[in-house]
Design a protein around this ligand. Structure first.
Ligand code: NAP
Ligand code: ZN
Length: 350
């Protein structure tokens, strides 16, 4: 074991504060990583403020990690010292169930080990995430980051990127499809970039009129202010697929009625309290689908990173120092993120 330092929430209503803890010594299959950058996901905020059930304090959030390999175990075959690598939302899974066998570790039937706030199989207690100087991870859960990608802009791909890429692929988004993305935050702006790169016609739904120009620059063909029923009505029955990234409860009906017959709306946003129940008639009259999706498997995460390298896609980021994390959370709550905060981990030494 060796000591690591990071930032933790010690209670739901306490500001984030410096925290020292232990990382395990790298085992035969482990990769030790010095963390360079960590993206700030709304899930970090939900967890740090105990908006979801099950937060174990102190919690060190962070699951959009990019760093450099400092040490590898004797049986590590895919990574070497000095490589730029990524770690996303998962650091382990059972590797034996049907979902793991299909490369869908996020749906591991015994539950995957989250990068933070999950039972730690090695040290006991819970796992600590990427708001820290170092991390040790089994090589199966470490990703290659191409030299073509800016490392800071690549960090948000590890959660925001894969969480939008996976459903866009699963529902076969491509040329000839009209696709809606709801919410222009961290996930939403990656959804716009990826759906555009996949060749779809992209419509961005936002509650923030000030984000229109950015949405068009990011790849949207059209922007709709979702609070304006007249603008919404112009798109009735026209979408093949809608990806909803909103982090707060809202009426799903306003979007369901925009789907064509047999169209699908997939929820990836995970608000702390439920959405009002949708009207069943909006589903049954046109055989519409309402679905959900959780991050993506490791194989697909590497596929997404390679797709982004090939298409020159990274996240639009605002770099912050770790000491600014509480202010970043407050701005996130006001939908004022352009479009992902990324922590420069060098600031930890300050
Ligand atoms: P974010 O950066 O805060 O973006 C959320 C966006 O939702 C906001 O920028 C805003 O966009 C819109 N929004 C916020 N409040 C709203 C409201 N009351 N009504 C309508 N729209 C609202 O958050 P994020 O990091 O992208 O995460 C989004 C959600 O996905 C969170 O709940 C997070 O926990 C969840 N998540 C899920 C997965 C998964 O695997 N399913 C993975 C990662 C994150 P506009 O200003 O454009 O309206
Ligand atoms: Zn996340």
């Amino acid at each position: 074991m060796s000591s690591a330092s990071g930032f933790a929430a010690h209670a739901a209503d306490a500001p984030m504060a410096p925290f020292s803890f232990e990382r395990r010594a790298p085992g035969a299959h482990d990769v030790a990583i010095d963390i360079l950058f960590c993206g700030v996901c709304h899930s970090d905020l939900h967890t740090a403020r105990a908006e979801w059930e099950g937060t174990v304090f102190p919690v060190v959030p962070g699951h959009e990690i990019v760093g450099r390999v400092t040490q590898v175990g004797a049986h590590v075959s895919n990574f070497a010292v000095g490589m730029t690598v990524g770690v996303g939302c998962m650091v382990d899974s059972c590797q034996a169930c049907a979902s793991c066998a299909e490369g869908l570790e996020q749906y591991c039937e015994t539950g995957f080990t989250g990068t933070y706030n999950s039972p730690d199989k090695h040290l006991g207690g819970v796992t600590y995430g990427g708001y820290a100087d170092r991390i040790v991870v089994d090589e199966k859960f470490v990703l290659h980051i191409s030299d073509k990608l800016d490392p800071a802009g690549a960090a948000p791909l590890l959660c925001a990127g894969i969480t939008t890429y996976s459903p866009l692929r699963h529902w076969k988004v491509g040329p000839g499809m009209k696709v809606g993305i709801v919410g222009l935050g961290g996930l939403g702006h990656m959804g716009v970039k990826l759906a555009h790169a996949m060749g779809a016609q992209v419509v961005l739904f936002t509650t923030s009129p000030g984000k229109e120009a950015d949405a068009l620059r990011l790849g949207a063909n059209e922007v709709v202010i979702s609070k304006d029923p007249k603008q919404m009505a112009l798109h009735a029955n026209s979408f093949d697929f809608i990806l909803n990234t909103v982090a707060a409860p809202h009426s799903l009906d306003a979007f369901l009625v925009l789907l064509k017959r047999e169209g699908t709306m997939t929820l990836v946003g995970a608000p702390a309290s439920p959405h009002p129940s949708p009207q069943v008639f909006n589903l049954i009259m046109k055989r519409r689908h309402l679905a959900g999706s959780l991050i993506g498997g490791i194989r697909e995460t590497q596929e997404m990173l390679d797709f982004c390298a090939e298409h020159g896609i990274t996240s639009d980021i605002e770099m912050i120092r770790i000491q600014e994390i509480d202010a970043a959370y407050e701005r996130m709550l006001k939908s004022d993120v352009k479009y992902r905060f990324v922590i420069d981990m060098a600031s930890l030494a300050a």
